[in-house]
Design a protein around this ligand. Structure first.
Ligand code: 15L
Length: 271
């Protein structure tokens, strides 16, 4: 695939696990990579510039967006937890991001959504991006909001977005569920590159997964991205089965696609 070179690409959440994994490779996709996070990302390296911002601070987000052509938006709360921080970073924050994009003329966003938007589908089901959301917690609800918000900004203002419902992006699968949900770092980069490079992105929802033979997600609707995963969870199966117990089939974490997330919370002290 020909990589479309963006003049200035913004990576939010650059201090996080996936931000760190994408920091070096994304430089092949742009002339300047602007890194942002709420917390320190270290000194700027070659081809980089740094602009820290709290996503809940609209003025800081607007400043962060100046001169940016495309965004890889990984910033925000990445797991289930108390609603307050999720509200600020994932709901107010994503609104601030799209408002800034609209005002700055930014044309394309790769939005890190999550499989937890559809975590209450069963592991016995295969779903497509056309299935209605069934979030498994406040984190999943916040990502569903981001997906809807980005659709509005596409319909009204033409800002293109790929909502990547990331499965489990780790160096390797660490439990049996991840045999279905795993996304290798290499495939994460390939998928983000496809979203940044495809000529007509539109508004697209795609499941972020490697070429896992057993999975619950059907990506046929996102063929126009040209994403071809090159990794598979299969080589890890035997060792994972050997070192992990057989799950209780009644356990909600084994029934639902969201796994352990369906058992989390409430977090605000009102059980
Ligand atoms: C996510 O959305 C989280 O960000 C990540 O930490 C994993 O827990 C992943 O989902 C998962 O479902 O495995």
């Amino acid at each position: 695939m020909n990589i479309q070179l963006h003049e200035r690409l913004l990576l939010t959440g650059a201090a996080g696990k996936l931000g760190q994994a994408l920091r070096e490779p994304l430089k092949a996709n742009c002339r300047t990579l602007r890194l942002s996070d709420r917390v320190d990302v270290g000194p700027a390296r070659e081809q980089e510039e740094i602009m820290l911002a709290d996503l809940a601070d609209a003025d800081a987000v607007l400043a962060m967006m100046q001169g940016v052509n495309a965004v890889v938006h990984l910033g925000g709360v990445p797991v289930e937890g108390p609603f307050g921080p999720i509200l600020q970073a994932n709901i107010v924050g994503v609104y601030n991001l799209y408002e800034a994009a609209r005002r700055c003329g930014t044309r394309r966003v790769v939005f890190a959504s999550s499989n937890h938007v559809t975590g209450y589908y069963k592991q016995s089901e295969t779903i497509t991006a056309d299935h209605p959301p069934r979030p498994d917690g406040m984190y999943g609800v916040s990502k569903a909001f981001g997906e809807d918000l980005s659709r509005f900004y596409f319909d009204r203002y033409g800002i293109e977005t790929a909502c990547v419902r990331i499965g489990s992006s780790f160096p390797e699968p660490v439990d049996r569920r991840m045999l279905a949900s795993w996304l290798s770092y290499g495939d994460l980069y390939r998928l983000v590159t496809a979203c940044l490079s495809t000529p007509m992105l539109g508004h697209t929802i795609v499941f972020g997964m490697s070429d896992n033979p057993v999975t619950w997600w059907d990506n046929a609707r996102a063929r126009h991205l040209g994403y071809r995963p090159q990794d598979s969870s299969e080589p890890f199966r035997e060792a994972l089965y050997a070192r992990t117990p057989t799950p209780d089939p009644q356990d909600p974490a084994a029934v639902y696609q969201g796994g352990g997330f369906v058992r989390m919370g409430p977090f605000d002290g009102k059980a």
